[in-house]
Design a protein around this ligand. Structure first.
Ligand code: DQA
Length: 150
């Protein structure tokens, strides 16, 4: 468990690659998962990778990994801007949390500028495209001291 990074994806990210590719790119979520697994392996870490369109399911996964995992990378998608329940779940975590957005939310509509999740996040990434997930994995590896000088 302490070798595992939980990577969570919120609503509509199952459509990654098909949904607004001009904003989110052409890679699928399966492509992102493969890249994260390869990156984590280099640090001797494993990945639990999930997507759900349901808020309660995301909260249940956070509860499972809130203590004793290497950390959590979360792209809460639209729940970023609405979910006090996900914020509360993240506030109950004892592991590092990286909030990760594919797009630069600050360059977009005003309602995307506020994040409930940022109040609980150790670090926040936005605008790195899908590569942001890989960078988030690398950062958690660094925090576990497996990342060496990275
Ligand atoms: C997103 C940004 C959110 O505002 C949006 O609702 C998403 C994806 C991103 O990765 O850029 O679904 O989290």
């Amino acid at each position: 468990m302490n070798d595992t990074i939980l990577i969570l994806n919120g609503p509509n990210l199952n459509l990654l690659g098909k949904r607004q590719p001009e904003i989110y790119g052409h890679e699928t979520l399966a492509d992102v998962e493969a890249r994260c697994r390869a990156e984590a392996e280099g640090f001797g870490l494993t990945i639990a990778f999930h997507q759900s369109n349901a808020e309660h399911q995301i909260i249940d996964w956070i509860h499972e990994y809130r203590v004793g995992s290497a950390g959590i990378v979360i792209n809460p998608a639209a729940f970023t801007h609405t979910s006090v329940a996900i914020l509360d779940a993240l506030n109950a975590c004892e592991v590092p949390i990286v909030e990760c957005h594919i797009s630069n939310v600050h360059k977009r509509e005003a309602f995307r500028h506020h994040s409930y999740v940022s109040l609980a996040a150790t670090a926040v990434m936005a605008g790195f495209g899908t590569h942001g997930y890989v960078l988030a994995v690398r950062h958690i590896a660094h925090l576990t001291a497996r990342g060496g000088a990275s």
